[in-house]
Each structure stands twice: as structure tokens, then as C-alpha cells.
Design a protein around this ligand. Structure first.
Ligand SMILES: [Zn+2]
Length: 485
């Protein structure tokens, strides 16, 4: 199918074709592993996941998907220092005297937490081509910094190396993804922080000089200058994308907050060092709000997946709820929304089970619904339109009425759809496990019915319902099923 995607570079929806026939190379900015990721981060990873699934199953391409693990930056270093509240001695052991070892212990722990979180929301490890850790690519980052320096777009100040944005913007565009106001640009101002505001657009750090008590590596420039220190955040993604995918690759994803400065700086670094464009398409997902408000620790509405699971939510219901909003819209996370998503997800699941059961004689044109649902997904990942079309179809075509050919064709359709949506079981209904006391009551009820003691039968039925089950009578017997929530 033809796939169309909104490209932040062109600010239009464009037809997508991979640069190499048959293979899509895609890079997603991954987590910074200093704590549990929040559900806003998870939305970004989920959007990338749905995109790569659409590319595989509707585009028909192989996908080489890379998501980095930022295990060295300002925050990971801060939280691996002695006295940090993020340090969990029971999981990470005692702090050591070696800052690099402390950083490793902290980040490996939160990397594991992250991998469990994404698995829980249905992102499959085998879909990744690589999940590189930044600390495993430091030689590549050093080489890129040397290249930028050689090309005249980097300079040393103190023990650090900065990207010379004043030199760069004289000859090259900057602000390709995000309207940066270069009026505010002041030559010679240097930014050391990983994150900064558009009003602060300045020379940014590529290599940060060593600070006491921090992990460091030695960068050697061509003139023999040795600079103990560590990479800035932006250079990490430029180097890893280049090493693992080659430049330019097809798609770079991330949240809208990464457009500037992170992605803007990535573009400038890769162009200055490798002489190449970074990516053909830039795909950015919008923010997430919680109950209509910006998520923040001070408002008490800052959630990690662990928080939601502790409140009894199923992570796959969270996945399904998030797919109910288009990735370019602000998604308003609410508990009511997840509850509604749960009901909707179960309704589809019930329909799928029924496709494996006895049907009727009505036929239906499965090609129509396939074209409609997949058409919405292929058109800039319009998940809410796709799911709405699915529900209309389900409402109009009860599974129990459909003939064998229609049900078979629908099973095939749902199998592919679920490769993208990823929240259902495409199988026969698993047999319900009925507790012995309920089974016993059901048998007594059946006996009461045979004896035409309907008052007693009804009384037992109520008792069964109180225990969370229902009895469905057939002409030749009965089934006991769990009550719907
Ligand atoms: Zn990145």
C-alpha cells in the first residue's frame, strides 16, 4: 500500500518510499535511563512502534529500527552521584569510588526497567535492529567531533569543545524543523546544558570537559590536544545513527519537544561532520496531558507505567487508549479514557472470539473494511479513524450472523490488523476456568430446572452471579461464563 507521512522537514504529508528498495532505516530517540520513563515518553515510543509496524505490514518493507539508550548525560551523571535519591542500594549495590561504575550500575538498572515497560505496552524486542547504549559508541562520537573540528565548525574553549554555530549559520540553514529565531543569536555565547530554549540558541557543547567526580574519556584532537571529558547529548544520536544505519537514513522519530535543540543540532552536527543530511523524513509526535493539564511532578499528575499498574490498569489498555488519538494531536490521558478503551478493546476481542465460533449465512465484503481500515493507517497513521471504522463495521456485521467464508476472511484481516494495533488474541476463546464452587452451583441449578423448581433455579443463578459468573442455557445443557465487567 502507499504510505503517506507528515514530514516535519517539509511541513506536509508526503508519500513515503525508502531510499534503499525494500528496506526502511529508522532511528528513534530513546530513553534517558536515570529513572522510570513517564507515560509521555511511552507515547513517543509507542508512536514509533506503530509506525514501524505499519511500514512492515502495509508498506511491505523490512524495517531496521534503532532506538538508542542514553546512559550518559547531565541527568544520569547527576543521579549516579553519591547521595542521589534515584540510587537504589538494594538493586544497584553500594556506591563505589569509581564514577563510571556508578553510572553503569544506575543506568543498567533503569534500562532493565525501561525494557520491561515497553514490553508491557506491547513493543516487541525482536522488532528492534539495535538498541545502542551511548557509552558503547564513545569512539564514534569522538571521531565525529574530530571531523567537525577539522571542517572548521568546532572550537575548544576551556576543556570543552563547542559547535561553532556562528560559522555554521553563515553558510547553512539552521532551524529546519523548528522556527528558531536567529535574531537572538549572539556569537560567542556558549551553552553547556543538554536542554535549552529557543531564545538561547547559541554555540552548543559537543564534548564537556571533565568535572571532579564524573566519569570521563579522553578525546584527542588532531593537533594532539587531549581533552578528558564526555560527550554532549546531541552528538550521541548523530554518531549512533551514522554507525548503525548510515546517512541519510529514512525516518527519524521523536517527541515534538526534541525538534529543538536536539534534532536541530543533530542535523547540523551530521552535516558539519559527515557532510550528509541526517534523515529524509522527520516524524514528531505531540505531547501528552493528564486530565487536561500538563503533566508535572508539582501537580501530582506525573505517571509512570508502574504507577498505572499499581492502580490496576492493564498496560495494553493504555496502549489501546493512546492509539485512540492521532499521534499529531495532544493526547489527553484520563482514567476514564483508559476504562473506555478497555471496554472497546474487549468488545473487539469478543468479536474475534466469535469469528472462531458457529456463524450464520450472511456474507460480507471483507475487502471493503480492509481497504478502509488499512487506508486510514497508511494515511499518516490515522489510528482513531481506523478504529472508528472498525467499530462501525462490527456494529453492522455481528459475527454470529456471518457465513464461514466471511468469518475466515475476517480472521485473516484481524491477524494483520493486530500485527499493527497489538492488543488482541487472534484465537478461539480460551476455556474459562470455573471455580469448583461455581461449577457445583451450576449443576444444582440445572437439576432444579429439570425438576421444574424455577424459584430455586433462579435463586442459585443469583448466587452464581454474586460470585462473578453467569449461566447460559443451551437446548442440551448450559455454559458457565465469567460475567462481563
Ligand atoms: Zn536523540
Amino acid at each position: 500500500m502507499e504510505i503517506r507521512l507528515y514530514n516535519t522537514l517539509s511541513r506536509t504529508v508526503e508519500r513515503f518510499e525508502p531510499l534503499q528498495p525494500g528496506l526502511v532505516r529508522m532511528y528513534s530517540c530513546g530513553p534517558t535511563v536515570y529513572n522510570h520513563v513517564h507515560i509521555g515518553n511511552l507515547r513517543a515510543f509507542l508512536c514509533a512502534d506503530v509506525l514501524q509496524r505499519v511500514l512492515r505490514h502495509l508498506g511491505g518493507w523490512s524495517v531496521r529500527w534503532v532506538m538508542n539508550i542514553t546512559d550518559i548525560d547531565d541527568k544520569t551523571i547527576r543521579d549516579s552521584q553519591p547521595g542521589s535519591t534515584a540510587w537504589k542500594p538494594d538493586r544497584m549495590g553500594a556506591q563505589t569510588g569509581d564514577p563510571r561504575e556508578n553510572l553503569r550500575r544506575l543506568t543498567r538498572y533503569y534500562e532493565e526497567v525501561f525494557l520491561q515497560d515497553i514490553a508491557a505496552i506491547g513493543i516487541r524486542r525482536e522488532h528492534f535492529y539495535a538498541m545502542p547504549r551511548a557509552t558503547d559508541y564513545i569512539p564514534a562520537m569522538m571521531e565525529l567531533i574530530r571531523r567537525i573540528w577539522r571542517n572548521g565548525y568546532a572550537y575548544v574553549a576551556g576543556d570543552s569543545v563547542y559547535f561553532d554555530l556562528s560559522a555554521w549559520i553563515k553558510e547553512h540553514p539552521y532551524g529546519l524543523l523548528f522556527a528558531v529565531d536567529l535574531k537572538n543569536f549572539i556569537a560567542g555565547v556558549r551553552i553547556d546544558a543538554d536542554q535549552y530554549e529557543r531564545e538561547e540558541v547559541s554555540d552548543f557543547v559537543l564534548w564537556k570537559g571533565r568535572k571532579e567526580g564524573e566519569p570521563f574519556w579522553e578525546l584527542v584532537l588532531d593537533d594532539g590536544t587531549v581533552l578528558p571529558g564526555r560527550p554532549g547529548w546531541h552528538i550521541e544520536c548523530s554518531a549512533m545513527g551514522h554507525e548503525l544505519l548510515g546517512l541519510p537514513f529514512d525516518i527519524h522519530t521523536g517527541g515534538v519537544d526534541l525538534r529543538f535543540p536536539h534534532h536541530e543540532d543533530e542535523i547540523a552536527q551530521s552535516a558539519a561532520g559527515y557532510g550528509s543530511e541526517t534523515a529524509r523524513f522527520w516524524v514528531h509526535n505531540e505531547f501528552l496531558e493528564v486530565e487536561g493539564q500538563k503533566m508535572s511532578k508539582s501537580l501530582g499528575n506525573f505517571y509512570t507505567l508502574e504507577d498505572l499498574v499499581a492502580r490496576g490498569l492493564d498496560p495494553l489498555d493504555v496502549r489501546y487508549a493512546m492509539l485512540g488519538a492521532h499521534y499529531q494531536s495532544v493526547y489527553n490521558f484520563t482514567f476514564e479514557g483508559v476504562a473506555a478503551a478497555r471496554r472497546a478493546r474487549r468488545r473487539v476481542q469478543e468479536y474475534i472470539y466469535q469469528l472462531f465460533e458457529r456463524g450464520g449465512s450472511r456474507s460480507c465484503d471483507v475487502e471493503l473494511i480492509r481497504t478502509e481500515v488499512f487506508g486510514h493507517l497508511a494515511d499518516n497513521l490515522h489510528t482513531p479513524k481506523a478504529l472508528a471504522a472498525l467499530f462501525t463495521f462490527i456494529g453492522e456485521h455481528p459475527a454470529a450472523e456471518l457465513d464461514r467464508d466471511s468469518r475466515n476472511a475476517l480472521r485473516d484481516f484481524f491477524t494483520v490488523l493486530n500485527e499493527i494495533i497489538g492488543v488482541w488474541e487472534i484465537s478461539e476463546r480460551p476455556p474459562a476456568v470455573i471455580p469448583p464452587d461455581v461449577a457445583q452451583l451450576a449443576a444444582e441449578r440445572w437439576q432444579a430446572r429439570l425438576e421444574r423448581d424455577f424459584a430455586r433455579a433462579d435463586h442459585i443463578r443469583q448466587e452464581i452471579a454474586r460470585r462473578g459468573y453467569a449461566v447460559r442455557d443451551r437446548s442440551d445443557g448450559y455454559d458457565v461464563v465469567p460475567l462481563e465487567e
